[in-house]
Ligand binder design. Sequence first.
Ligand code: KG4
Length: 331
Amino acid sequence: MSNNILGIGLESSCDETAVAIVADGKTILSHAIFSQIHLHKEYYGVVPEIASRAHLEVINDLIDHCLREASIAFKDLSYVAATYRPGLVGSLLIALQSAKAISYTLSIPLIAVHHLEAHLYAPFLEGHSIEFPFIGLLVSGGNTALYCVHDYGNFDLLGNTTDDAVGEAFDKVAKFLSLGYPGGPIIETLAGQATLKKPIFPKILADSNDTYSFSYSGLKTAVINYIHENPDADVREIAYSFQERALELLVRRLYDASRRLKIHTLVIAGGVASNKRLRELIIEKKKDYHTIFFPSPILCTDNGAMVAGIGYQYYKKGMYSPLSIDVKARP
Ligand code: KG4
């Protein structure tokens, strides 16, 4: 292990506190995730104040646990990486401030990581060598965004949502139907049980030649209005039609970007990327010249390994962050 570059990654941007130790940006030596879902469930969404307190309570234990699991000590670490944007400000602060303390105490580089770039790094942790440039589709509870990734630390935002994120729309529809939280996996299961697979809701956003924007509040409202007007409607059919429309836009934008930019390597990441129907729809449209990467479901969700992994690439390039760096809510 002595020749390996070991880094620790800390993540607390939303409702998961996550830590991991990664060797050479590719081998996960240990990782731990504390999910706060049980704390937010009764509110059907993340409560920022509860989230930041919970991150603070568990992060030190997770760090200790990961060091023990990896059989290393603090002194073996070459760098510390943490997510600094985007996310809930009070939550982001917990990982970033912890990382600053580790960096200062051990005199090792601090690497502040963009959460969305970290998500797109997930397939690199599973032994894939992915060629740049690639199109990255990031779909989660807080983000729905399309990127052109030229290199580590060099990416352009092509488009993002103008209102709700796609995962948020799954959560809100599930909340309205009193199905539970998080809504994504519940709606996916119900949609799979629908017998009548009819298009109840209209297609979202017309085709456009010059935009990659997303929007989910209209679809969410259409679902809510439909339920008001049809209180006895079959919830599995509603789930099916909602999911089809929500995912169709993602697939359309992804392939639009691929076609226009002539980039055929596609990476899909974030919590919603574990949706099997999304994977199916993307694979259905795949041509021979496309190469598509989906992380395993455990790496789709927020995790520390993706932070330590992309942090390693920054470390190699000497792209360190000053201790004065602050968190940012926006992407
Ligand atoms: O990336 P992630 O774990 O973290 C946050 O953004 O917080 O994503 C969580 C989101 C939630 O909105 C959840 O409902 C959604 O991902 N999600 C899914 C599925 N699994 C999780 N959405 C659709 N289908 C799924 N199978």
